[in-house]
Design a protein around this ligand. Structure first.
Ligand code: PEP
Length: 247
């Protein structure tokens, strides 16, 4: 089943529970994909508790590599699991950029997620300069090879292709460009992992209600990682229900 995951980033106060409440009214009916929300860590436990029976998969946006320790301000994968998370985003480009996260660190974080029983949503994607210089496939191929830990498989890992220049900008690659990268990632996964053909590859970067159905219909796109448009229940539901229009 495809997965549509919302990344709330550093947005959301306690009143955001109202958006989840509105979303759950839609989710009580049929929909064609699994749904995850990765709220700020401050909201995770309260939302996961209150909406325990909603079917929503709760997730973190990052985790430390250690289970516990003297790391002020950091949150371990075990803490996320304890708060009700079942998944965690690692290697988002905003963390790679703002916190200088390397592929090796992302790999260690994905391993930490697995240790805690969480699935890891491993993000990768090229910058605009890398695309303009024709290096997109080489860059995402390297990120994939170096960011997945030993033991990664379809049951515990999701790959999210997010072109850096498309995140939060309103710009998206063409459907052909998305298809080219996803096919490249699929081939690399199938070659490296026994079950790589079945690993979900999400697309992320300015997915909106207006373009979701077209993007989700691209071969090897198994769902989306949605930033800004996941904050409002109406927009997020419109994206989720795009799976009703092409399946
Ligand atoms: C993201 O944060 O992962 C993302 C894809 O953001 P947006 O949908 O706002 O471009």
């Amino acid at each position: 089943m495809p997965l549509v995951a919302g990344n709330w980033k550093m947005y959301g106060l306690r009143r955001a529970a109202g958006e989840v409440e509105a979303l759950t009214r839609h989710l009580s009916g049929a929909h064609g994909c699994a749904v995850a929300i990765c709220p700020p860590a401050t909201l995770l436990a309260a939302l996961a508790d209150r909406f325990r029976d909603s079917g929503i998969i709760w997730g973190g946006q990052d985790c430390d590599v250690e289970p516990e320790g003297a790391h002020t301000g950091d949150i371990s994968a075990e803490m996320l699991a304890d708060a009700g998370a079942r998944t965690v985003i690692v290697g988002h480009s905003e963390r790679r950029r703002d916190h200088h996260e390397t592929d090796a660190l992302v790999r260690a974080k994905a391993r930490a997620a697995h240790r805690a029983g969480l699935s890891a949503i491993v993000c990768l994607g090229e910058t605009e300069a890398e695309r303009d210089s024709g290096r997109t496939l080489a860059v995402v191929g390297r990120q994939l090879a170096e960011s997945l830990p030993e033991g990664a498989g379809a049951a515990n890992t999701v790959v999210a292709y997010e072109p850096v220049w498309a995140i939060g900008t309103g710009r998206t690659p063409t459907l052909e460009q998305i298809g080219e990268v996803h096919a490249h990632l699929r081939a690399a996964l199938a070659e490296r992992l026994a079950d790589g053909a079945g690993m979900r590859i999400l697309y992320g970067g300015s997915v909106k209600p207006a373009n979701a159905a077209d993007i989700f219909a691209v071969p090897d796109v198994d769902g989306g990682l949605i930033g800004g448009a996941s904050l409002k229940a109406g927009d997020f539901w419109a994206i989720i229900s795009a799976y009703g229009t092409n399946r």
